[in-house]
Design a protein around this ligand. Sequence first.
Ligand code: S3P
Length: 177
Amino acid sequence: MEDFNRRIVLTGFMGVGKSTVARFLAYLLDCKRIDLDSVIEESEKRKIADIIEANGLPHFRQLETENLRRILLESDAKIIALGGGAWTIEENRKLIKSYNLTSVWLESTFQHCWQNISRSKRVRPLAQNKNQAWKLFEERQKIYCLADWHFIVRPELTSYEIAKQIAEEVFFYKIRR
Ligand code: S3P
């Protein structure tokens, strides 16, 4: 049985591909998706990196929780891609649970995430060098682990293939296209 009532949040470390997988999933399931970082950037009219640089990380985390709360309350998007740190905040996890969303951890190796981070043009203030990123990666594993589903992202899989597998396994979706 296809389970279209299910709503999910995608979590995982920076560079694992949450936003791209969310886009393909929404395409496959023909549903709405929303990207928490993009929502924050649109409402603040500045880039996440600029917010963190100008106002500090605690302020960004506060915006993140406020915007997550708003999305959960107002949006009918079935797929929500979180920023890599959002799931690490207990209040956010409780919120997500209270709205009955299924959390999916895109789990990958540090090497894979770092490769994507270092190739990307996006400025990531919390991963400015490999050592800083590695420490964060290590610290967070046990928190990502709390997600309902763990999806192992093998580096040879494309984002489309990952989305297709999540659609099949989490939504029991039979791919027709
Ligand atoms: C962060 C991840 C970023 C962004 C911010 C903080 C984190 O999102 O929310 O720079 O704490 O891991 P991505 O995971 O999309 O890079």
